[in-house]
Design a protein around this ligand. Structure first.
Ligand code: FAD
Length: 337
C-alpha cells in the first residue's frame, strides 16, 4: 500500500485545485493532489484544451491548455506531490481531527486538511454496452492509457473517433505488436491532422483501421483473448487482442463524494463563503464543486475561493500561530524544501 502524509490533500487537479497549491504554498503548507484522471487540468485539459479563455485577469486571451501549463509552472516552487489516475473513494476523520483518504487503487493519504476541488465530480469513462465487458476490466479492458509502456509488444484494439482515440492510435502504433482502431463512422471528431496521420499509418500497414464498424463482444478466459468486430457488411470478425481500450469520452459524476457526510444541494457542496469550509471541520470545497448564494462556475471565482480557504486552513494546521498577510512582492515566493 502506498501511504502519503501531507498538510493538505487536494482532491481534484483542475485549475482551482492547482491554484490552491500556490495559495497554500505561500503560507508554507504542503499539498498532495489526487485526480481520477491521468493528467492534471480538469475540464480544461479534458474538454477544451485548445479553446481560448478571455476572462482570466491579466491574460486578454489564453488557451486552456496553456493556462494549465502556467499553473504547473507557478506551483512548481512548492513541490506538490501528485497521485494521478486514481479516484478518491473514502474520507475518514480521525479523533485528533486529521483525515485519511483512500483511493480506489489503494493509495492512503494522511492529512490535516482536505480541500475538495472536484469540479463537476470525477470523470468516469463512457462504457460501450458490451456483455461481459466489466468481467475483463483490469484483465484486458481499460478505459484510460496511464502508461503507454504497458502496451509495448501487445495486441491492442482501440475504439472511438475523438481526439483520445486518434492520439493514442498514433502513439501506440509505434509500441504495440499489433494495433487496430475501430470506429463506427467514416469521419473523425478529432483534429483533422490527427485523422490524416491515422489514415496514413493505416496505408503504411502500421495500424489496422476498421471504419463503419463496432466492437460487439469480448472473449477470453481469466484474461481478454479476442474481441468481435461487427463489420459494415454485418459480418462478425474476431480480432485477437491482449487489450481492448474503448475511448468514448468521459462523463462527470459526483461519485464517492456523495457518501462523505457533506451537506449537498443540487449535486454541489454547500460552503460558508467566509472561508469555503464545509459542514465537516477541516474539509473545504472550492471551484465548481461548491455552491452558495450567487455562485458563478468560473475559474477566477475558484481562484479567489482558494485564497480564502488557504488562510483559514493555516489556522488549523498552525494552531495559535499568527500569520501576517503580506503581498508576494514583500514575501517573495519562498520555495518549500
Ligand atoms: P474541474 O476543472 O472540473 O476539475 C476537477 C477535477 O477533480 C477533475 O479533473 C476530476 O477528475 C477531479 N475529481 C473529482 N472528484 C474526484 C475524486 N473523487 N477523486 C479524484 N479526482 C476527482 N470558465 C471560465 O472561467 N472561463 C471560460 O472561458 C470557460 N469556458 C468553458 C468552456 C467549456 C466548454 C466548459 C465545459 C467550461 C468552461 N468554463 C470556463 C468553466 C471552467 O472550466 C470551470 O469553472 C473550471 O474547470 C472549474 O475548475 P475546477 O478545478 O473547480 O474543476
Amino acid at each position: 500500500m502506498n501511504r502519503i502524509t501531507t498538510d493538505i490533500c487536494i482532491v481534484g487537479a483542475g485549475p482551482v485545485g492547482l491554484f490552491a497549491v500556490f495559495e497554500a504554498g505561500l503560507l508554507k503548507m504542503r499539498c498532495h493532489v489526487v485526480d481520477a484522471l491521468p493528467a492534471v487540468g480538469g475540464q480544461l485539459s479534458e474538454i477544451y484544451p485548445k479553446k481560448p479563455i478571455y476572462d482570466i485577469p491579466g491574460f486578454p486571451e489564453i488557451l486552456a491548455g496553456d493556462l494549465i501549463k502556467n499553473l504547473e509552472q507557478q506551483i512548481a516552487p512548492f513541490h506538490p506531490t501528485f497521485t494521478l489516475g486514481e479516484r478518491v473513494e473514502d474520507l475518514e476523520k480521525l479523533e485528533d481531527g486529521s483525515f485519511i483518504l483512500n483511493t480506489v487503487d489503494g493509495t492512503e493519504i494522511a492529512c490535516k486538511v482536505v480541500v475538495i476541488a472536484g469540479g463537476l465530480g470525477s470523470f468516469e469513462p463512457r462504457k460501450p454496452a458490451i456483455e461481459n465487458l466489466e468481467k475483463y476490466e483490469g484483465n484486458g479492458v481499460t478505459y484510460m492509457v496511464r502508461d503507454p509502456e504497458h502496451f509495448r509488444d501487445k495486441r491492442v484494439v482501440l475504439a472511438g473517433g475523438g481526439d483520445s482515440a486518434l492520439d493514442w492510435a498514433i502513439y501506440l502504433s509505434a509500441l504495440c505488436k499489433e494495433i487496430s482502431l475501430v470506429h463506427r463512422g467514416t469521419s473523425f471528431r478529432g483534429a483533422p491532422e490527427s485523422a490524416d496521420k491515422v489514415v496514413s499509418l493505416a496505408e503504411e500497414g502500421k495500424l489496422n483501421l476498421i471504419l463503419k464498424s463496432n466492437v460487439t463482444e469480448v472473449h477470453g478466459g481469466d484474461k481478454l483473448e479476442k474481441v468481435t468486430v461487427m463489420m459494415d457488411n454485418a459480418t462478425p470478425v474476431a480480432i485477437e487482442a491482449d487489450y481492448f481500450i474503448p475511448l468514448f469520452g468521459l462523463v462527470p459524476k459526483l461519485g464517492p463524494l456523495e457518501n462523505w457526510g457533506l451537506e449537498l444541494e443540487k449535486n454541489a457542496i454547500v460552503v460558508n463563503t467566509e472561508d469555503y469550509s464545509t459542514n465537516i471541520e477541516g474539509v473545504y470545497a472550492i471551484g465548481d464543486i461548491n455552491t452558495y448564494p450567487g455562485k458563478l462556475k468560473l475559474i477566477l471565482c475558484g481562484f479567489h475561493e482558494a485564497a480564502l480557504m488557504a488562510h483559514s486552513a493555516y489556522n488549523i494546521i498552525n494552531p495559535g500561530k499568527k500569520f501576517v498577510l503580506k503581498y508576494t512582492t514583500v514575501n517573495g515566493i519562498q520555495e518549500l524544501a
